[in-house]
Design a protein around this ligand. Structure first.
Ligand code: GLA
Length: 740
């Protein structure tokens, strides 16, 4: 890995070993892209790949085909990276090269989560300074590469080095110009309980993309997009990934212009952003992580999983096995007392569960979602001896004790709202719109962050708490801070997110042994920003196993399974009313961090025995389920959408677990072979089915098989007509492969 600079040609070549990124200073001083993609040799000039006179592009900086920091009004009419309104009201900038620095390692971004290097040898960073003489606006374009990883982390700092005020209207984290437009745009979309479904469509001329203006990254769109090249599959073809390390309003879009190039940009959503910079002030964007793959979407997944699991997530829990938990939410909702909780925890313990999580309802007078958010004081009506005593009882059973909190929210009926109505997000003189009967605290105010830290630290000190579920249960309306003057309201949405990050930072640093799981009505903030603080997230409130196959599949494009909270819940499912077998629910939830959302006391003896077997199997295979390489095999978004399959494999490929799912039973089955991936072709694997016992697929698959055969010919999932007739809906198979 190295960043090369050639002073004679004024070219840089960022070579990570798995990706090359070349750029240069143009004749007019503009920063121009030359190449991005598969590794190419260092030590050569690639200037000839760069702009040649071409009718479609022409601007005051000259040679503008691939611009690294495009700005408006100069003849480049594509989507800009930076729009800065100057004292004269104009937004034209002539950003010209001033200098650069090549740094070992990777600097942190002030106040923002970002990927990191543990040693200077792991990463290298290029910071290029550009300046517009007319206004004094200076830009530092930042590029980090990581040894052996096909990724480049980008961010930008804009400094007002002039004498007059400047207002940032758009400040993207990255843009990338690609010489072509034959791509499918793949995004992860949906809504509450239907998060991160894969949405794919061919790029067309013009702008297209996804965004959030809900105050959070959102259930509806994820700050992630893929450009998949012609014919790209899970394993073949070129693909680009664009991921934003951010939890607030974002924009991720692509523009195809008439001459067949594509520009991608991603960053803070300009629609809800405006940032004044007085002389001397600077603004740093969140980080964007761009990944390149020559091996299809699977290659992108490997790149993001590795980087986000190992160098975005941090803290003591990053690499530690995550406990199997049981959460009482769907078992009790708000209706519980200490004896009931202890009873649930005891029966969970008997099944092998390791951590009990007390969800919403333990504080204030929280008998429904109409009240008490903000009052983080234990409700003695429900828990007369307090949290400490309850946690001690749960610990005495041999379980860890976890707790639910929702720091950034306040109920109108609460002591906090009565004391500090101005701490609430809203516009004075206008009605406050409630969402789930609650209001949002103004996290842009440092005193709100200070208060929350103080009261929550008290809670965390009051009991032996080893896990926190940090929720955020509504979208933002009336975005406005009564602490900011009118001309600075454009800062609010971003400052709110920065306040959340600050609270997360303080609490995770003060309580390093607590495992934090983020949540936002399920997956409303399932993004890389929060992953930097909380190494796992509640994937979705929808625990229906059929729905979860879709949600987990989509999430896996960018997010490692160690970040996905997957739990088995009771049936009929509380979100869909569907009844699926317990075995199917377990076999879906295994592929992530695992647990239960049910009352074990309501299970039959046979079901309890089955749960105990599930927990035992999961804990036996936990390392590969949580930290193994995740490989998607059969998409639930393709074909007749009735099947899915994926697998996890150990880093040495000596162990793997395959999950294969069939939703509805259909008559007259077809021949069905499932090719595996990620095995060692030279090794022999002992293939078994879990649980062992009578299974129609055992005869064809159980035994010794070559890794080559399993990848070339695959497992045999074919059922006979009779076997199909004897089967039922919602069938899943788990195959365990162990190298001999
Ligand atoms: C959100 C979460 C749920 C549960 C409830 C509690 O909806 O996603 O898991 O914690 O809040 O109110």
């Amino acid at each position: 890995m190295a960043i090369h600079w050639d002073a004679a040609t004024r070219e840089w070549h960022l070579a990570s070993g798995a990706l090359s990124y070349a750029l240069r200073v143009g004749e007019g001083g503009a920063l121009l892209g030359l190449y991005a993609g598969a590794p190419i040799a260092a030590g050569r000039s690639y200037a000839h790949l760069g702009p040649r006179p071409f009718a479609g592009f022409d601007n005051r900086l000259g040679e503008p085909v691939r611009l690294e920091v495009p700005t408006p009004g100069s003849g480049d009419y594509r989507i800009p990276a930076l729009v800065a309104e100057q004292a004269d009201g104009a937004t034209v900038l002539d950003l010209r090269y001033v200098g650069h620095a090549i740094l070992a390692g990777k600097p942190a971004l002030d106040g923002l989560p970002s990927t990191y290097a543990e040693t200077d040898a792991e990463a290298e960073t290029l910071e290029i300074t550009l300046r517009d003489e007319h206004s004094g606006v200076e830009v530092v374009a930042r590029y980090s590469i990581f040894a052996g990883r096909p990724v480049i982390a980008r961010s930008m700092t804009v400094r007002n080095a002039g004498r007059n005020p400047v207002r940032l209207v758009t400040a993207m984290s990255a843009t990338l110009d690609l010489p072509g437009s034959a791509f499918d745009l793949v995004t992860l979309g949906g809504t509450w309980a239907r998060e991160r479904h894969v949405v794919s469509r061919p790029l067309v001329p013009g702008r297209q993309g996804v965004a959030s203006n809900r105050g959070e990254s959102s259930h509806e769109q994820n700050p992630f997009l893929v450009l998949a090249g012609p014919g790209a599959t899970e394993t073949t073809g070129e693909a680009w990934g664009f991921s934003l390390v951010y939890s607030g309003n974002f924009l991720a879009e692509a523009e195809v212009e008439p001459f067949g190039t594509t520009r991608v940009r991603l960053g803070i959503n300009p629609e809800t952003f405006g940032w004044p910079l007085a002389p001397g002030q600077a603004f740093t964007t969140p980080e964007a992580v761009i990944a390149w793959s020559g091996e299809g979407l699977g290659g992108l997944t490997d790149a993001y999983h590795g980087l986000y699991r190992d160098r975005l997530a941090r803290g003591t829990w990053r690499d530690r096995p995550r406990p199997v938990l049981l959460n009482n939410w769907e078992a009790t909702y708000f209706d519980f007392g200490a004896p009931r909780i202890v009873e649930i925890a005891r029966s969970a313990r008997d099944l092998g569960v390791e951590l009990f999580v007390l969800d919403d309802g333990w504080f204030g007078r929280r008998d429904s979602d109409h009240t008490s958010l903000g009052d983080w004081v234990v409700d003695r009506r429900k828990l007369p001896d307090g949290l400490g005593a309850l946690a001690a009882q749960v610990e005495a059973l041999g379980l860890g004790f976890g707790l639910w909190i929702e720091p950034e929210m306040v109920s109108r009926q609460s002591d906090l709202f009565a004391a500090h109505p101005d701490w609430t997000v809203g516009i004075p003189g206008r009605p406050l719109t409630e969402g789930r009967q609650q209001l949002i605290l103004d996290m842009s105010r440092p005193e709100v962050v200070d208060h929350l830290f103080a009261v929550l630290a008290d809670v965390l000190r009051s009991a032996p708490i080893s896990y926190i579920k940090w929720d955020y249960n509504r979208h933002m309306t009336e975005p406005h801070s009564s602490a900011l003057p009118p001309d600075r309201q454009g800062e609010f949405a971003h400052r709110h997110v920065l306040g959340t990050y600050e609270l997360y930072r303080r609490l995770t640093e003060a309580f390093p042994d607590i495992l934090f799981e983020s949540c936002a009505s399920g997956g409303g903030r399932f993004d890389p920003g929060l992953l930097a603080f909380a190494p796992q997230a509640w994937t979705s409130d929808n625990t229906d196993a059929v729905e979860r196959v879709l949600i987990q599949w989509g999430s896996s494009l960018a997010y490692p399974q160690s970040s996905m909270g997957n739990h088995v819940s009771a049936v009929p499912n509380h979100q869909t009313g569907r009844i699926t077998p317990l075995s199917f629910r377990g076999k879906v939830a295994f592929f992530g961090t695992f647990g239960y959302e049910l009352d074990p006391g309501s299970l039959t003896d046979a079901e309890r025995a089955e749960v105990a077997e599930q927990v035992a199997f999961y804990t036996e295979q936990r390392d590969v389920f949580q930290f193994g390489r995740f490989l998607r095999l059969r998409s639930p978004f393709e074909g007749d959408r009735n099947e899915a399959a994926w697998m996890v494999a150990s880093p040495e490929a000596d162990r793997a677990v395959v999950g294969a799912y069939r939703f509805l039973s259909r008559p007259m089955p077809t021949v069905n072979r499932l090719r595996l991936r990620g095995l060692d072709p030279a090794r022999t694997y002992r293939v078994s089915l879990w649980p062992s016992g009578d299974d129609p697929l055992a005869a064809a698959n159980v035994g010794l098989r070559g890794g080559d055969e399993l990848m070339a010919a695959g497992l045999d999932l074919t059922l006979t007509k009779q076997q199909t007739q004897a089967s039922h809906d919602f069938r899943a198979w788990i195959f365990v492969l162990e190298a001999t």
